[in-house]
Design a protein around this ligand. Structure first.
Ligand code: ADP
Ligand code: MG
Length: 387
């Protein structure tokens, strides 16, 4: 709880979206004041923050102001320019460090790093010129594949599926020939993620594995615990620990995995809490944002213990506002009110197709199976879409 009479210490976050908003809530609950740095006046986290610096990430004066206010800063998304982090890092604590973030924000650096760490990846190639495409002919076949821009992709944006060298070249041109990676498209049995936290002293904890279902490249549903064989779970934990250690990582990180034909692959890493970890807000004693605050302030992460053995998280996209066609209509969430259901809306200024507006967590009791809770989630989805 916040202490009333004493001015509380400020901690900071770069980025003011929903992840920044949950961080702000967690930090304020632990007695901190929060400064959010985000150029958007309407940012969901800025609305709750004790202070909002509403400037661009390259504004040195504004960054100096941030340094004046607080000594510890974290990020809510990986696309904060690494330059900004390096500038701040000269004087104050940034967790995760710019080195880890600069790797995670560039798929070329990320894949090279992961390869060096010896974790399994889908076959990939660097595409940075028309010449780099020419090797893909009848002898070197990677198709069907996905061309992904090295930077600034999220929610499936900056990705084009390609079936041959001609489509690849067209896709590369559509991306204005920015550096890309080409990835063999895997036949997915299942996707899952691991959300972990690691302290400056190397204390490590991870949440239960999270099974993820995507729709058009955007996370739709997460199921906890993931229905993954224990041998694969062990492997995934081993790789996650290795990645965190090799990055000398401090903070919360998510690792996304694919299972394809019973083989495990690392997809990508996120140097921050993750959409799939939102279940922890309602299903765990300490959620992923609590761990972000704790590790930022130099403390040990706390117990990842779950209060509910099974839970399902359903993302709410802006599409729901347009369920009746072009005309926008507010969804009605009244009908789904129930103790085991938690609705989180992010207070975004405008709903848009594909924009994450909120999420719903459904927790299951000891008596309920995962399938029971998934069925409940699907019926909730139906109700909100039909109302
Ligand atoms: P983003 O940064 O948008 O999350 P990802 O690389 O994680 O980008 O891709 C988004 C989704 O697209 C993945 O979660 C998965 O469903 C699908 N996808 C991405 N790469 C592959 C691949 N190599 N094979 C099959 N599906 C893929
Ligand atoms: Mg992803």
């Amino acid at each position: 709880m916040k202490e009333r009479n004493k001015p509380s210490k400020f901690i900071g976050i770069l980025g003011g979206g929903q992840l920044g908003r949950f961080f702000t809530i967690a930090a304020q609950n632990m007695g901190y004041s929060v400064v959010v740095f985000d150029p958007d006046k309407q940012s969901p986290a800025g609305k709750l923050a004790d202070k909002h610096i509403c400037k661009t990430y390259d504004n040195l004066e504004a960054l100096d102001e941030l340094k004046e206010i607080c000594n510890e800063v974290t990020i809510e998304f990986e696309n904060v320019p690494a330059e900004t982090l390096r500038y701040l890092e000269k004087d104050i604590i940034i967790r995760p460090e710019s080195k880890a973030v600069s790797i995670a924000q560039d798929r070329i650096k990320e894949k090279s790093f992961l390869e060096e760490s010896g974790v399994p990846l889908a076959r990939w190639a660097l595409i940075d010129s028309v010449e780099s495409i020419e090797i893909f002919n009848d002898e070197v076949d990677i198709f069907p594949a996905i061309l992904k821009t090295a930077q600034f992709g999220y929610d499936g944006k900056g990705q084009i599926h390609v079936d041959n060298a001609i489509e690849l070249e067209n896709a590369f041109v559509r991306f204005n020939k920015v550096p890309c990676v080409l990835e063999a498209k895997l036949d997915l049995d299942l996707e899952f993620s691991i959300v972990m936290a690691r302290s400056i002293k190397g204390d490590y904890l991870e949440y239960p594995l999270i099974e993820n279902q995507h729709e058009a490249g955007i996370l739709d549903l997460s199921i906890i615990p993931a229905r993954v064989p224990s041998i694969i779970k062990k492997e995934a934990t081993k790789f996650t620990k290795r990645i965190a250690t090799d990055l000398n990582y401090i903070g919360v990180m998510a690792v996304e995995f694919f299972i394809s034909n019973n083989h495990l692959y690392v997809n990508e890493i996120a140097p921050r809490p993750h959409n799939s970890g939102h279940f922890s807000i309602d299903a765990c004693v300490y959620n992923q944002f609590d761990q972000q605050v704790l590790t930022l302030s130099g403390s040990k992460p706390k117990d990842q213990e779950t209060k509910f053995p099974v839970s399902v998280m359903l993302n709410i996209l802006g599409d729901l506002w347009f369920r009746r066609g072009d005309r926008k209509s507010e969804p009605n969430f009244e009908m789904i009110k129930s103790p085991e259901i938690s609705l989180h809306l992010y207070e975004k200024s405008e709903p848009r197709i594909g924009r994450k507006m909120g999420h719903i967590t459904i927790v299951g009791s000891e008596k309920e199976s995962i399938e029971d809770v998934i069925r409940k989630a699907e019926s909730i989805r139906k109700i909100i879409w039909e109302n």
